[in-house]
Every structure is written in C-alpha cells, then in structure tokens.
Design a protein around this ligand. Structure first.
Ligand SMILES: [Zn+2]
Ligand SMILES: [Zn+2]
Length: 135
C-alpha cells in the first residue's frame, strides 16, 4: 500500500471508497477475485499528478479497484497502463454511472418536491412539439 494517497484518489473519503468497492461487488478488477473490503484498494492511472479537481466523469476513467496483491504488482512490475485502462473501459454502463455518482456527490432523492411540476413541463413540451409536427 502506498504511503500517501495517489493523485487520482485524493479527496475520496473512506466512505466513498467503500461505496466504490461495493459498486464493483467487492471484486478486484484486475484478477476478478472476490476480496474483502479491507483488502481492496483504489489505484489511480496514471500515477502522476493531474489537475486538482477532475470531473467525476473524467475521474472514473482513472480509478480502478484492485486487491492489495494486484495493487502491489501494478506498482512493482509494473502492469502496463493500457491494460488497466482497457479494464476500466470494459465496465458496464450502469457501473460507470454508479461510480461517477459516488465521485460526483449526486444526491439520491426519490421524492423530489417538484415531481408533478416536472411532468407537467414534460407534457407541455410534448404537446407543443406535436402541434408543430402537424402544421
Ligand atoms: Zn487482484
Ligand atoms: Zn496504486
């Protein structure tokens, strides 16, 4: 385990790290072994400093969840960045979205107060666009 947080992983709280590990179903993305949370680590690619506040979308493409053994290999062998990047690109869409959500502080609210207003707006849009269509 590296002594200091990797550039891409800065600002990820232990809670968020755990949520990301949860999102990948506690499985190392490199060796695909089921691993307890305590042995899963986040690795940032590449391991060089980048702009201070990357966008969640951008960030998601640079963070991979690995077990401590794989993490050690990544840093010691090293494992080619292209290989790790390819693994990240293979993530299912839903998983990418979930990780971005965790990184991007997206609040999960299932009962927004203006729910009905939104659907009204949507109806209006539909009506006006179809009216235009029949002209
Ligand atoms: Zn592993
Ligand atoms: Zn690392």
């Amino acid at each position: 385990m590296p002594a200091k947080p990797e550039p891409w992983c800065r600002g990820i709280t232990p809670l968020k790290a755990k949520q990301i590990k949860c999102a990948v179903e506690a499985t190392c993305e490199l060796c695909h072994e089921y691993t307890p949370f305590s042995l899963l680590e986040l690795h940032g690619i590449p391991a060089v400093p980048r702009p201070e506040k990357p966008l969640p979308k951008e960030r998601e493409c640079h963070i991979i969840v690995v077990c401590s053994t794989c993490h050690q290999h990544i840093h010691e062998l090293p494992v080619p960045e292209e290989k790790l990047q390819a693994l990240i690109e293979e993530r299912p869409f839903a998983l990418r979205k979930e990780i971005r959500g965790i990184l991007g502080y997206v609040p999960k609210s299932y009962s927004p107060p203006n729910d009905t207003d939104l659907s009204l707006v949507f109806d209006e849009t539909l009506r006006s666009s179809s009216a235009g269509y029949y002209r």
